[in-house]
Design a protein around this ligand. Structure first.
Ligand SMILES: [Zn+2]
Length: 210
């Protein structure tokens, strides 16, 4: 699975384990790609999102390689550009959730689901039990990934877990995450931003007290 910044517990979304692990896998991929393909500020620094299809493809390949059940991207730079455009829409949806506009997020997700032909379909990976995927057999790989990612984010909302979608509160960081903390209190994308925010708050207190 993915690093802690995006890992989603695999049996908590609908309480049905096989289903949830598929949702968690693609929601995790979606959030990782939102960060890697669209963030303009990360860990206190300006970052330049990848502009060319080739650069976007390299980032998508890295994300897929990090998950043992996914594989290398079966598409080229043109497919990476289409996928990146959809991931930018996923960023809009996640930001809308964080900012309290859940209906706005739903509108974006519903458009993506329709445009990329999402549909429930029972699949079996080789040697494994059937699972419910969100793209038709024979659907192209780009549409399939988009349909699975958009459905998985939609599942989080539909399962009443919208508040678990978060965005880093540290200065100059847009990175998003799924909060698995017990009391849903996570504020930062990772420990480095948490430490940076603590140091900033400490300096502000010192300056005030001086
Ligand atoms: Zn951060």
């Amino acid at each position: 699975m993915y690093d802690m910044a995006v890992t989603i517990e695999s049996n908590g979304i609908t309480s049905q384990q096989t289903f949830d692990s598929y949702v968690a896998e693609f929601a995790g991929l979606a959030l990782r790609l939102v960060n890697d393909l669209t963030s303009e500020r990360a860990h206190g620094q300006h970052v330049e999102p990848p502009r060319s299809g080739a650069d976007q493809l390299a980032i998508i390949e890295d994300a897929l390689a990090a998950d043992e059940s996914l594989h290398t991207a079966p598409f080229g730079p043109g497919g990476a550009e289409v996928l990146t455009a959809a991931v930018r829409r996923l960023r809009v949806a996640v930001d809308a959730c964080v900012d309290g506009d859940v209906q706005g997020a739903a509108d974006v997700l519903n458009d993506l689901l329709a445009a990329h032909h999402a549909m429930p379909n029972l699949h079996a990976r080789p040697g494994q039990p059937l699972l419910l995927a969100f793209h038709a057999v024979g659907q192209g790989p780009v549409d399939s990934y988009i349909a699975d990612m958009a459905t998985s984010i939609a599942m989080i909302i539909g399962a009443g877990r919208t508040a678990r979608l978060g965005r880093c509160s540290a200065n100059a960081c847009d990175r998003v995450f799924y909060d698995v903390s017990r009391n849903a209190s996570r504020r930062f994308c990772d420990l480095s931003c948490q430490n940076r925010a603590k140091a900033t708050a400490y300096r502000a207190r010192r300056a005030r007290d001086a």
